[in-house]
Design a protein around this ligand. Structure first.
Ligand SMILES: Nc1ncnc2c1ncn2[C@@H]1O[C@H](COP(=O)(O)OP(=O)(O)OP(=O)(O)O)[C@@H](O)[C@H]1O
Ligand SMILES: [Mg+2]
Length: 498
């Protein structure tokens, strides 16, 4: 390269990086870079084409020159024309006279009225993946481009590749971030229109701002942790951590060091000192889940912290100041445990300054459809599917089921159904077997509403079930042939359970 080329080289790279820094959008940055390349190489035109891997074509992403606008709708197959060849072969190219090069595709010239003479083109590659082709056409002050021009173009192409990749990864991450935030917000929303849930919400709003302990009671999966989070989120402690600890999951001696932390060498295996949950939650809320499973000696230690706000790390006698709000939850009847002398009465009253009772889902059936739609939204979004509704049959099944696992069970059923669903509507076959089986059991003619088909389906399922799913026996009772029964089983999607 001679001195003039060096100057051109650095000027172009410098202006490209300035443009990249100043630009707010990828499209604008690319348009500006193409213009800068056209000027620096004293050319009539330049363009950047992107590869569409799905259709195996290239399309114009940015272009300069007097026919730039006409290029926007053009596309070229990968491997076709000079740009297609460069993208496919992943090799740079100088063409002195396009008209005599068999690779040149003259269609675009014909369409746009441009007369291509000399070309330099370079693949735009990032970590082994070809993203497109960068080309510059017709030097103004000489008959054709030379090697130095090509070196300059190649350097620019590698810059362009980095810009494209970084911008698209950034845009993708940004989008994912927006979607995740939506899902997280949804995840922590308490859904329900039933009077009981409305009362719970009102109670949360009243209790949350005050530093009182709260005991949340309810069967498994009724939303105890969700309520605890809502209490925290609506309290003055909301900017500080919410820390949950499950008292069932850990043996007594481990719970103590989990909660209070320990000093190095406090017990075998304590190779370093460690903060406890009281310390990590400092300023925030500590949620003691399944408090009914906590052993007696630990109960005494918790009571002491609640009364004095003082605790020590295991293996230390240095007093530490506790600054947490305690929320506890249980699916057991704590009062009964107190009566049976399995739970300290003084701790019970200390935890129970306020109480929130969460009723099982079967006692708030009017919330079921709201919850179903809520979970459909969450899982359609997180699995990138568009499941927007449920069939009448599915609704009947969900409304008739008893939900022993409460909302957690409903949530898991909808999650699995969204995964299995092939259309935009959940169908019976997307539901797990145990829930559908119950549907067969609820068959009764009294009060039955719905289509004749639904009735036929349920009747066939009932007879099948009563006859241990034996098809020939069922066909005989129904007075239809075996093939007819098979066809109906298939048509209605009846699941044969053996
Ligand atoms: N009213 C509600 N609205 C929306 N989602 C809910 C509701 N209640 C519970 N959930 C969801 O159901 C699941 C179970 O709730 P959570 O973990 O709070 O129940 P839990 O009572 O703590 O259960 P366990 O006793 O099994 O620990 C969670 O994913 C929660 O987000
Ligand atoms: Mg829980």
């Amino acid at each position: 390269m001679n001195n003039v080329d060096y100057k051109k080289y650095f000027e172009l790279l410098l202006s490209a990086s300035k443009l990249i820094n100043a630009s707010f959008s990828l499209n604008q940055a690319l348009e500006d870079i193409i213009k800068a390349a056209t000027l620096s190489l004293s050319a009539e035109a330049a363009s950047l084409l992107f590869v569409n891997q799905r259709t195996q074509t290239l399309f114009f992403k940015a272009a300069s020159g007097n026919v730039a606008d006409a290029l926007k709708d053009q596309s070229i197959n990968l491997g076709e024309g000079i740009v297609g060849w460069v993208a496919k072969e992943r090799k740079s190219l100088i063409v002195h006279d396009a008209k005599s090069d068999p690779r040149h595709k003259s269609d675009i010239d014909k369409d746009t009225g441009f007369s291509t003479r000399s070309i330099i083109a370079s693949p735009v590659e990032y970590q082994g993946e070809v993203l497109g082709t960068l080309e510059v056409l017709n030097p103004i002050d000489k008959p054709y481009f030379d090697e130095n021009d090509l070196i300059l173009l190649e350097a620019l192409a590698s810059q362009v590749a980095i810009v494209i990749r970084h911008c698209t990864s950034y845009a993708k991450l940004n989008q994912q971030n927006i979607e995740l935030k939506k899902v997280i917000n949804l995840e922590h929303k308490i859904i329900g229109n039933s009077t009981v849930i409305q009362n719970v919400l009102q109670r949360i709003a009243k209790i949350a701002p005050f530093d009182v302990t709260v005991l949340i009671n309810g069967e498994s999966g009724t939303g105890k942790e969700l309520v605890a989070r809502a209490l925290h989120d609506n309290s003055p402690r909301s900017k500080k951590p919410f820390i949950a600890i499950n008292c069932t999951a850990l043996p007594e001696n481990l719970i103590e060091s989990e909660l209070f932390g320990h000093e190095k060498g406090a017990f075998t295996g304590a190779i370093a000192s460690r903060k406890g949950k009281f310390e990590t939650a400092s300023g925030g809320t500590l949620f003691l889940d399944e408090i009914g499973d906590m052993g007696m000696s630990m109960q005494a230690k918790i009571l002491r912290v609640l009364e004095t706000n003082i605790y020590e790390r295991v293996g230390s006698d240095q007093p530490m100041q506790a600054n947490v709000r305690i929320i506890a939850a249980t699916n057991k009847n704590l009062k009964q445990l107190v009566d049976e002398q399995k739970f300290r009465e003084d701790l019970y009253y200390r935890l129970n300054e306020m109480q929130i009772e969460l009723p099982p889902l079967k006692e708030r059936k009017s919330d079921i459809m709201l919850l179903v739609n809520h979970f459909l939204n969450i899982f359609s979004a997180s699995f990138h599917k568009e499941v927007t509704g449920i069939s009448k049959e599915v609704k009947d099944i969900l409304m008739n089921y008893d939900w022993p696992g409460n909302i957690r069970e409903l949530k898991n059923v909808i999650k699995a159904a969204v995964v299995l669903c092939d259309t935009d509507t959940l169908e019976e076959c997307d539901l797990p077997e145990e829930i559908r089986t119950v549907n067969v059991e609820v068959f009764s003619l009294t009060g039955e509403t719905g289509s004749l088909d639904l009735l036929e389906k349920k009747y066939i399922a009932k007879i099948l079930k009563e006859n241990n799913w034996k098809k020939s026996k069922t066909a005989k009772i129904l007075n239809i042939s075996r093939p007819t029964l098979d066809a109906k089983i298939k048509q209605y999607g009846i699941l044969i359970q053996k």
